[in-house]
Design a protein around this ligand. Sequence first.
Ligand code: SF4
Ligand code: SF4
Length: 441
Amino acid sequence: MTDVPVTLTRRRDTTAAAPALPSRRPPTAPASFHVLAKPTGPICNLDCEYCFFLSKEALYPGDRFRMSDELLENYVRQVLESQQAPEVAIAWQGGEPTLMGVDFFRRALELVDRYQHRGQTIQHTIQTNGTLLTDEWCALFAEHGFLVGISIDGPPALHDAYRVDKRGNPTFEKVQRGYDLLRKHQVDTNILCTVNAANQDHPLDVYRFFRDDLDAHHLQFIPIVERANDTGFQEGDQVTDRSVDPDAWGRFLTAIFDEWVGHDVGNVYVQTFDAALASWLGLPPAVCVFAETCGNAVALEHNGDVYSCDHFVEPAYLLGNIATTHMVDLLASPQQRAFGDAKRDTLPQYCIECDVRFACNGECPKNRFTLTPDGEAGLNYLCAGYLAFFRHIDGIMGLMADRLRHGGFADEVMAVLADAPRNEACPCGSGRKAKHCHGRT
Ligand code: SF4
Ligand code: SF4
């Protein structure tokens, strides 16, 4: 999912006044929540081989997959009247949401204007494959301060390994064109890079391409864990060969962290690193997968159906429809609260006793389908990677957290590392000489 970046690693601060209390909130409703709206359902102009959403078409046979104006208004009104937090995200995703056309989004913006409460700040976000963007789209995004998530898996050869169109043709050139248009219009972008079997062993090629060639400042890395079954649902314990390998996932994050911590703290925002820093500070991470519980980020289908999460658009996780039940009631429902609490309550003992549980929290329940070393079910498929990564960053995260607690900034850690005598122990506490630590040779 695309979370709105609220950075700890960057020198920035935002404050906003609290909105007037909405009139209608059940007691179990979360103070704020996130809705990923899918106005075209799973429909997309591309055919990315690992996409878990394309198979969801089967849930709505014969459907046109277009959000109606009536539903759009219902959605915007409900989401704005039921949030208590001063910042509200209006988030669009798919499928490919730009297939709805620019006018749909103009109408959505009009409705946001109409239903926005005094004191509410709106963060508009959209996740797109970028191939259909035009000057008109980008001007609209710029005018309304959209944060545009664009899916790129690295340099052309790595991106095109799985991100292909309906004819199996590569898509990188079209995506680059869209990205360039966004830059031309000075739209804030967030690159969403899935990590899969094709790019997992090229972390620095991927990272440096984003930083140096695309001049990107917001990055999200999402592991592809794709179940091998015919249902398209979260079932079974086998993964496809496109999925990332757990150890490779750990090495991928570690290599990028070492590059980042040496050069880019405060300049490049990497969602996983920011979430980790929050954990080292004892704060709740802004990313659901590393939080103790979840359940406050639901998926809204084109017809008003609400599911527990974007990753659980399956009949068993259907909460109801906003045409008949208010969205806040669906969020507050016993079914959804139990879904979110299960993230904590179903952790195996191995996780409960884990030294990096405070940062990992067993990651996302959708990936918990392997056995612990002593045979207990429910261990995360990516566990080995997370164990290695979180242990590797422990010393540096401790240093950064310490700086922040004493009124400093996270980026000061770069000078601490640069000034460390090469032949003495690295200040991160790894026990290695500074010259051999954090990617230095
Ligand atoms: S199941 Fe929970 S942790 Fe996983 S993506 Fe959904 S909300 Fe986040
Ligand atoms: S690193 Fe592994 S054992 Fe530790 S909390 Fe995460 S999934 Fe559980």
